[in-house]
Design a protein around this ligand. Structure first.
Ligand code: DGY
Length: 321
């Protein structure tokens, strides 16, 4: 029997791919660091039975129209706002994502970003490396305490719960807001549910972990930042478009809040000239929430396992639709 034809939109390591070649006829975009050329993807999709896509690929109606044989798309991310899921279902295309395997890694990064922003670690690093360190002084690069403060988690999913667990280790008080209450999180990590406005007013650290949907797009607007404490620190490791970046910049400039730590941006890659990045109180990372070697390998394998199961006519492991 012919093996299903799979196109992968990035170059994945041979040691991950090789074992799957027994089951799948795999072709990959060959330019390691670059995203797939859109025209190439559309051409490859024409003959593909399955695709492995990245969060930077638009998996939309146009793609489905080019892809007569396409039956499944394994998206290598837990978030799937880059996928038009309804259009996929209308075109009988199965979508899978990569939850669970990245929970702890993304929580580690989120908490690291919180700590780096609070304690100004990147500014401190630059301070030494640019030769600015001439004297020690009492308030040199003084930041904000983390321990015994209140963390407000917006979006209490698996990653939210894992961040809350880390916060407990720092004796933080955990409050959260979510579309619906999460009794398990309340029980396991003692997180207290509050309304969104309450969270904004009470939290020292506002951490955005909510998926991007039409409801959450720009939920962090100027009004939201204005409600936060002037000492608040805003952290985002979910999706950039949950934040109105112009409003965030204005809020930082007007001292409505103290600092922001951002792993995600409305447009990625964000330009280094972007006005938001010119502010010293912004700590920024290039969307590396799940980027440990171990976890990225697990995400790749989960995508491929989903494809193998699907083409064996078995239920996929992590379905989206
Ligand atoms: C995801 O998987 O959605 C994360 O943003 C990747 O870091």
């Amino acid at each position: 029997m012919e093996k299903p034809k799979i196109y992968i939109t990035r170059t994945l390591p041979d040691e991950v791919i090789e074992p799957y070649r027994n089951h799948l006829d795999i072709e990959m975009w060959a330019k390691e660091e670059e995203p797939v050329d859109r025209q190439v993807l559309l051409e490859k999709a024409e003959n593909a039975d399955g695709l492995v896509t990245m969060l930077s690929d638009d998996v939309n109606q146009t793609l489905f129209e080019h892809a007569e044989n396409l039956k499944i798309v394994a998206n290598m991310a837990v978030g799937y706002d880059n996928v038009e899921v309804d259009a996929a279902s209308d075109n009988q295309v199965k979508i899978t994502n990569t939850p669970d395997v990245l929970t702890d890694t993304t929580a580690d990064l989120t908490f690291s970003l919180l700590m780096a922003t609070a304690r100004r670690l990147l500014e401190a690093n630059d301070y030494i490396k640019t030769g600015a360190w001439e004297h020690w002084s009492p308030l040199l690069l003084a930041g904000s305490d983390i321990h015994h403060k209140t963390i407000g988690i917006v979006g209490m999913g698996r990653i939210g719960e894992a961040v809350a667990k880390r916060a407990l280790g720092f004796d933080m008080n955990v409050i959260y807001h979510n579309r619906s209450r999460k009794p398990e999180a309340e029980e396991k990590v003692g997180a207290v549910f509050v309304e969104f406005e309450d969270l904004l007013e009470k939290a020292d650290y506002v951490v955005c972990l909510t998926p991007l949907t039409e409801e959450t797009r720009h939920m962090f607007n100027y009004e939201a930042f204005r409600k936060m404490k002037s000492t608040a620190i805003f952290i985002n490791s979910s999706r950039g478009a949950t934040v109105d970046e112009t409003a965030l910049k204005k809020a930082l400039e007007n001292n409505e809040i103290t600092a922001a730590g951002l792993d995600v941006f409305e447009e990625e890659p964000i330009s280094s000239n972007h006005p938001l990045l010119q502010l010293p109180q912004v700590t920024c990372l290039p969307h590396i929430g799940s980027a440990s070697v171990e976890t990225r390998y697990k995400m790749m394998r989960l995508c491929l396992d989903n494809l193998v199961e699907f083409f064996k006519d078995k239920p996929v492991i992590t379905p989206v639709n």
